[in-house]
Design a protein around this ligand. Structure first.
Ligand code: HEM
Length: 153
Protein backbone atom coordinates (compact mmCIF):
# COMPACT_ATOMS: atom_id res chain seq x y z
CA UNK A 1 0.00 0.00 0.00
CA UNK A 2 1.54 3.39 -0.98
CA UNK A 3 1.62 5.91 1.86
CA UNK A 4 -1.21 8.47 1.74
CA UNK A 5 -0.37 11.48 -0.34
CA UNK A 6 0.88 14.27 1.86
CA UNK A 7 0.68 17.89 0.68
CA UNK A 8 4.44 17.63 0.00
CA UNK A 9 3.98 14.53 -2.23
CA UNK A 10 1.08 16.12 -4.07
CA UNK A 11 3.30 19.08 -4.79
CA UNK A 12 6.02 16.87 -6.27
CA UNK A 13 3.56 14.92 -8.41
CA UNK A 14 2.00 18.11 -9.62
CA UNK A 15 5.44 19.41 -10.49
CA UNK A 16 6.23 16.29 -12.50
CA UNK A 17 2.96 16.52 -14.42
CA UNK A 18 3.61 20.17 -15.15
CA UNK A 19 7.15 19.36 -16.33
CA UNK A 20 5.89 16.59 -18.63
CA UNK A 21 3.28 18.93 -20.05
CA UNK A 22 5.72 21.76 -20.58
CA UNK A 23 8.15 19.29 -22.18
CA UNK A 24 5.49 18.14 -24.61
CA UNK A 25 4.64 21.70 -25.54
CA UNK A 26 8.27 22.69 -26.01
CA UNK A 27 9.26 19.32 -27.61
CA UNK A 28 11.80 19.12 -24.76
CA UNK A 29 14.57 16.56 -25.20
CA UNK A 30 13.37 15.46 -28.65
CA UNK A 31 15.30 16.12 -31.85
CA UNK A 32 13.58 18.30 -34.47
CA UNK A 33 11.68 16.34 -37.15
CA UNK A 34 13.66 15.62 -40.36
CA UNK A 35 12.87 17.78 -43.40
CA UNK A 36 10.21 16.36 -45.75
CA UNK A 37 11.46 13.64 -48.10
CA UNK A 38 11.27 15.76 -51.26
CA UNK A 39 13.71 18.28 -49.76
CA UNK A 40 16.10 15.48 -48.79
CA UNK A 41 15.95 14.41 -52.45
CA UNK A 42 17.15 17.85 -53.57
CA UNK A 43 13.83 19.69 -53.74
CA UNK A 44 11.67 20.07 -56.84
CA UNK A 45 14.65 20.99 -59.05
CA UNK A 46 16.78 18.11 -57.77
CA UNK A 47 13.95 15.67 -58.48
CA UNK A 48 13.52 17.11 -61.98
CA UNK A 49 17.24 16.60 -62.68
CA UNK A 50 17.10 12.98 -61.46
CA UNK A 51 13.98 12.39 -63.53
CA UNK A 52 15.62 13.77 -66.72
CA UNK A 53 18.75 11.70 -66.20
CA UNK A 54 16.75 8.57 -65.51
CA UNK A 55 14.58 8.88 -68.61
CA UNK A 56 17.63 9.64 -70.72
CA UNK A 57 19.09 6.32 -69.60
CA UNK A 58 15.84 4.33 -69.78
CA UNK A 59 15.15 5.47 -73.33
CA UNK A 60 18.63 4.58 -74.64
CA UNK A 61 19.74 1.52 -72.65
CA UNK A 62 19.10 -1.65 -74.71
CA UNK A 63 17.58 -3.31 -71.61
CA UNK A 64 14.83 -0.69 -71.18
CA UNK A 65 14.44 1.40 -74.37
CA UNK A 66 11.90 -0.95 -76.04
CA UNK A 67 8.79 1.00 -74.99
CA UNK A 68 10.03 4.56 -75.60
CA UNK A 69 9.57 4.80 -79.39
CA UNK A 70 7.59 7.93 -80.24
CA UNK A 71 7.30 9.02 -76.61
CA UNK A 72 7.76 12.75 -75.89
CA UNK A 73 10.53 12.60 -73.29
CA UNK A 74 10.12 16.21 -72.15
CA UNK A 75 6.47 15.69 -71.30
CA UNK A 76 7.15 12.31 -69.73
CA UNK A 77 10.02 13.70 -67.66
CA UNK A 78 7.81 16.50 -66.28
CA UNK A 79 5.15 13.94 -65.42
CA UNK A 80 7.63 11.51 -63.81
CA UNK A 81 9.16 14.35 -61.76
CA UNK A 82 5.72 15.49 -60.54
CA UNK A 83 4.87 11.91 -59.59
CA UNK A 84 8.13 11.35 -57.67
CA UNK A 85 7.77 14.75 -55.97
CA UNK A 86 4.21 13.87 -54.87
CA UNK A 87 5.29 10.43 -53.61
CA UNK A 88 7.97 12.26 -51.58
CA UNK A 89 5.40 14.60 -49.96
CA UNK A 90 6.41 17.52 -52.18
CA UNK A 91 4.20 20.46 -53.22
CA UNK A 92 3.77 19.18 -56.81
CA UNK A 93 0.57 18.44 -58.68
CA UNK A 94 0.57 15.12 -60.53
CA UNK A 95 -2.31 14.97 -62.99
CA UNK A 96 -1.17 11.97 -65.02
CA UNK A 97 -2.56 8.46 -65.19
CA UNK A 98 -2.43 5.91 -62.40
CA UNK A 99 0.64 3.68 -62.60
CA UNK A 100 -1.58 0.80 -63.72
CA UNK A 101 -3.17 2.77 -66.60
CA UNK A 102 0.07 4.47 -67.68
CA UNK A 103 1.86 1.14 -68.17
CA UNK A 104 -1.06 -1.11 -69.09
CA UNK A 105 -0.25 -1.46 -72.81
CA UNK A 106 3.53 -1.73 -72.47
CA UNK A 107 3.78 -5.37 -71.42
CA UNK A 108 6.62 -4.57 -68.99
CA UNK A 109 8.49 -7.40 -67.31
CA UNK A 110 10.22 -7.73 -63.94
CA UNK A 111 13.73 -7.32 -65.39
CA UNK A 112 12.77 -4.01 -67.06
CA UNK A 113 11.38 -2.81 -63.73
CA UNK A 114 14.45 -3.93 -61.73
CA UNK A 115 16.83 -2.29 -64.22
CA UNK A 116 14.82 0.93 -63.98
CA UNK A 117 14.94 0.88 -60.18
CA UNK A 118 18.72 0.38 -60.35
CA UNK A 119 18.97 3.39 -62.68
CA UNK A 120 16.97 5.47 -60.21
CA UNK A 121 19.23 4.28 -57.39
CA UNK A 122 22.34 5.26 -59.42
CA UNK A 123 20.99 8.68 -60.30
CA UNK A 124 20.04 9.43 -56.69
CA UNK A 125 23.57 8.41 -55.64
CA UNK A 126 25.08 10.57 -58.36
CA UNK A 127 22.98 13.51 -57.11
CA UNK A 128 24.37 13.00 -53.60
CA UNK A 129 21.03 12.06 -52.02
CA UNK A 130 21.58 10.52 -48.54
CA UNK A 131 21.12 6.71 -48.26
CA UNK A 132 18.15 7.02 -45.90
CA UNK A 133 16.20 9.32 -48.21
CA UNK A 134 17.02 7.17 -51.25
CA UNK A 135 15.84 4.01 -49.51
CA UNK A 136 12.68 5.70 -48.29
CA UNK A 137 11.77 6.79 -51.83
CA UNK A 138 12.45 3.28 -53.18
CA UNK A 139 10.40 1.80 -50.33
CA UNK A 140 7.45 4.02 -51.26
CA UNK A 141 7.73 3.14 -54.96
CA UNK A 142 8.09 -0.62 -54.43
CA UNK A 143 4.33 -1.39 -54.22
CA UNK A 144 3.80 0.12 -57.70
CA UNK A 145 5.69 -2.86 -59.17
CA UNK A 146 2.51 -4.91 -59.14
CA UNK A 147 0.75 -2.22 -61.24
CA UNK A 148 3.62 -1.67 -63.68
CA UNK A 149 4.86 -5.23 -64.34
CA UNK A 150 2.32 -7.14 -66.40
CA UNK A 151 4.35 -9.92 -68.09
CA UNK A 152 6.97 -12.56 -67.19
CA UNK A 153 9.52 -10.99 -69.52
C1 HEM B 1 9.03 2.78 -60.21
C2 HEM B 1 8.94 2.66 -61.53
C3 HEM B 1 8.18 3.59 -62.43
C4 HEM B 1 7.57 4.77 -62.17
C5 HEM B 1 7.47 5.53 -60.83
C6 HEM B 1 7.02 5.25 -63.42
C7 HEM B 1 6.32 6.43 -63.56
C8 HEM B 1 5.70 6.82 -64.74
C9 HEM B 1 4.90 8.00 -64.88
C10 HEM B 1 4.59 9.02 -63.80
C11 HEM B 1 4.44 8.03 -66.15
C12 HEM B 1 3.58 9.14 -66.80
C13 HEM B 1 2.11 8.82 -66.74
C14 HEM B 1 1.26 9.98 -67.26
O1 HEM B 1 1.78 11.08 -67.47
O2 HEM B 1 0.04 9.78 -67.45
C15 HEM B 1 5.00 6.88 -66.83
C16 HEM B 1 4.81 6.58 -68.15
C17 HEM B 1 5.62 5.71 -68.85
N1 HEM B 1 6.48 4.82 -68.31
FE1 HEM B 1 6.85 4.54 -66.37
N2 HEM B 1 7.32 4.36 -64.40
C18 HEM B 1 8.04 3.34 -63.84
C19 HEM B 1 8.53 2.24 -64.50
C20 HEM B 1 8.64 2.14 -65.86
C21 HEM B 1 9.41 1.13 -66.58
C22 HEM B 1 10.15 -0.02 -65.89
C23 HEM B 1 9.32 1.44 -67.90
C24 HEM B 1 9.98 0.76 -69.07
C25 HEM B 1 11.16 0.18 -68.99
C26 HEM B 1 8.45 2.59 -68.02
C27 HEM B 1 8.09 3.19 -69.21
C28 HEM B 1 7.14 4.16 -69.33
C29 HEM B 1 6.64 4.67 -70.61
C30 HEM B 1 7.11 4.24 -71.99
C31 HEM B 1 5.68 5.63 -70.30
C32 HEM B 1 4.86 6.47 -71.29
C33 HEM B 1 3.58 5.74 -71.63
C34 HEM B 1 2.73 6.54 -72.61
O3 HEM B 1 2.82 7.76 -72.67
O4 HEM B 1 1.96 5.88 -73.33
N3 HEM B 1 8.07 2.99 -66.78
N4 HEM B 1 5.75 6.18 -65.95
Amino acid sequence: MPPPATPHRLGRRFGLVLFALACQLAACGSTPPPPPLYLQLGGVEGIQAVSNAMLQRMSTDPRTKRTFDGINLRTLSASLAAHLCKVADGPCVYDGETMRNAHADLGLGGSEFETTVQMLRDELDRAGVPQGAKNELLRRLAPSRRDIVTTDR
